[in-house]
Write a protein that binds this ligand. Structure first.
Ligand SMILES: [Zn+2]
Length: 303
């Protein structure tokens, strides 16, 4: 059995998977705001309940909304103040009486997709989230690449390039990102970034859903906007694919529902790649919102 915890700002979810990787149980409890011991107790309560229910000691992985420093065993997570800078890996390992792996939730998303029944054929997977923010994760032969500082896959915080500046022109908004830098791709390619760019060129405050509807209705501003957005996205992915050269690019988050991405990206991406490069498979995420706990459960897979 594999136990996957998704530690969010409001809920801690445990999902249990059998040895065929099918989810068989799930439970959520509220996340304690400030009290770290209370937070650890929630993990213990849910683990004890699952152990008793399935008469086993499941292998445990935890997805967190933040950066995991594997050298120190600590987490940096502003969304869960109770766990901020705490030695979560050591404390959970002691409390739950078994090895516990902890990873960034975007890495868990990528891992969840990499272990999908159809996607398992791809040895290297780039998971990209285009949602409230932009994040990602690299999976190599079923294992997450964390990196020295746990920041591998924090691809939303790469900085706008000369080429992107050319595409966006002089109306490109200068935005300070949540990470403190200006010009992070996240501020242009996330859902809010998609809306921000539309506003910047049209002066209209319109939701992403409405912009997409206008695009499908053939409105010129929306068509130009999607073209501009897709060009920046393709240029950005061209850089990342050049570094990692994945077999599969799988896209999640709210904007992943915009199906034009899967039609336009294969057309535009080759312009931003080495000429001999074949494109990776480009797919929409299969496991959506369950990615956090599902991927966390699979942290113990793959040796
Ligand atoms: Zn940033």
């Amino acid at each position: 059995m594999y136990y996957g915890f998704d530690m969010g700002g409001t809920k801690i979810e445990l999902a249990v998977f059998d040895n065929d990787l099918n989810q068989i149980w799930q439970k959520r409890l509220p996340t304690p705001k400030e009290d770290y011991q209370l937070l650890l107790n929630i993990f213990k309560t849910l683990t004890d309940e699952a152990d008793a229910l399935f008469n086993c000691q499941g292998k445990i992985g935890v997805g967190v909304p933040g950066i995991v420093n594997h050298q120190q065993g600590t987490v940096f997570t502003t969304n869960v103040p109770a766990a901020q800078y705490k030695p979560l890996i050591k404390d959970l390992t002691e409390k739950l009486g078994r090895p516990v792996k902890v990873e960034n939730d975007a890495n868990c998303f990528a891992l969840s997709e990499a272990w999908d029944k159809e996607f398992i054929q791809y040895p290297t997977v780039l998971g990209l989230i285009l949602g409230t923010g932009v994040g990602g994760g690299f999976v190599i032969n079923g294992k997450v690449l964390s990196g020295k500082n746990g920041i591998a896959g924090e691809i939303g915080h790469m900085n706008l390039t000369l080429e992107a500046n050319k595409i966006l022109g002089d109306r490109v908004p200068q935005i300070v990102c949540g990470c403190g830098k200006t010009g992070c791709f996240e501020t242009y390619l996330s859902g809010p970034g998609f809306e921000r760019l539309y506003f910047s060129y049209t002066g209209e405050n319109v939701s992403a859903v409405d912009i997409i509807q206008r695009y499908h209705q053939g409105e010129q501003d929306a068509i130009l906007h999607v073209e501009r957005y897709m060009n920046v996205l393709a240029m950005y992915l061209g850089n990342i694919v050049t570094i990692f050269d994945p077999d599969l690019l799988v896209i999640g988050g709210g904007l992943s529902q915009f199906d034009e991405i899967y039609r336009l990206l294969p057309e535009i991406l080759p312009r931003h790649l080495y000429s001999i490069a074949e494109l990776p498979a480009i797919e929409k995420a299969r496991h959506g919102d369950s990615g956090g706990s599902r991927g966390a459960a699979f942290l113990q897979l793959g040796g």
